[in-house]
Design a protein around this ligand. Structure first.
Ligand code: GLN
Length: 201
């Protein structure tokens, strides 16, 4: 049976996620209002611009309902979506709200201007071999994570701009988040993984 998975459709690369989710075997619903929460069993928060997404979520009275929904169904955030799910942000707008729930601090635009966008092959044991070709666009970094957050992928210190591993994919119970954008590649393994999370929730 294919689960109905929503894509939050207030801002960002909504269509790309919808396309991948369909290919991963989900039925997709674009979600713009609280009424459309009814009957979805998972929700994707797409990449885009978290400051704009935050403003629109507040303006459309979606923030509190999203916080409540987050306690009920699995959510997956990519890039700006990761920021939206983070409990804490650094380098955000002073009034920037998040849905929260994911026990991390996310640093916005963490990779600096000269490497605004880059691609790297990442080992992600949770989705198996081969390495995943990950695309980063003005991406956030998981700067710190609580003990209940499982690190799914990190850019190894040797390849990173800093001298330590840089965490770029995490899972905490029913929350999945990636700094990168699987929706713009043809490798469906991240969406497959989320659809499976939804199926088994
Ligand atoms: N830099 C963006 C933000 O802070 C995220 C970029 C993206 O989603 N590609 O929201």
């Amino acid at each position: 049976m294919s689960p109905v998975i929503g894509v939050l459709a207030i801002q960002g690369d909504v269509r790309e996620h919808a396309h991948c989710l369909e290919q991963s075997g989900a039925q997709v619903r674009l979600v713009k209002t609280v009424e459309q929460f009814q009957g979805i069993s998972g929700l994707v928060i797409p990449g885009g611009e978290s400051t704009t997404m935050s403003i629109l979520a507040v303006k459309n009275n979606l923030l509190e309902p999203l916080r409540e929904l987050r306690t009920k169904i699995p959510m997956y955030g990519s890039c700006a979506g990761l920021i939206m799910l983070a409990d804490h942000i650094t380098d955000g707008r002073s009034d920037q709200e998040t849905i929260g729930g994911l026990h991390i601090t996310a640093r916005r635009n963490a990779f600096g201007r000269q490497v605004d966008s880059f691609e790297i092959d990442l080992a992600i044991p949770a989705i198996g071999a081969p390495d995943y070709h990950a695309i980063f666009i003005r991406a956030p970094l998981v700067e710190s994570a609580a003990d209940d957050v499982e690190v799914l992928a990190a850019i190894p210190a040797a390849n990173s701009l800093t001298n330590s591993d840089q965490i770029v994919a995490v899972r905490q119970d029913n929350i999945l988040a990636t700094s990168f954008h699987p929706e713009i590649t043809s490798d469906l393994r991240i969406h497959d993984y989320f659809v499976e999370m939804v199926r088994s929730a």
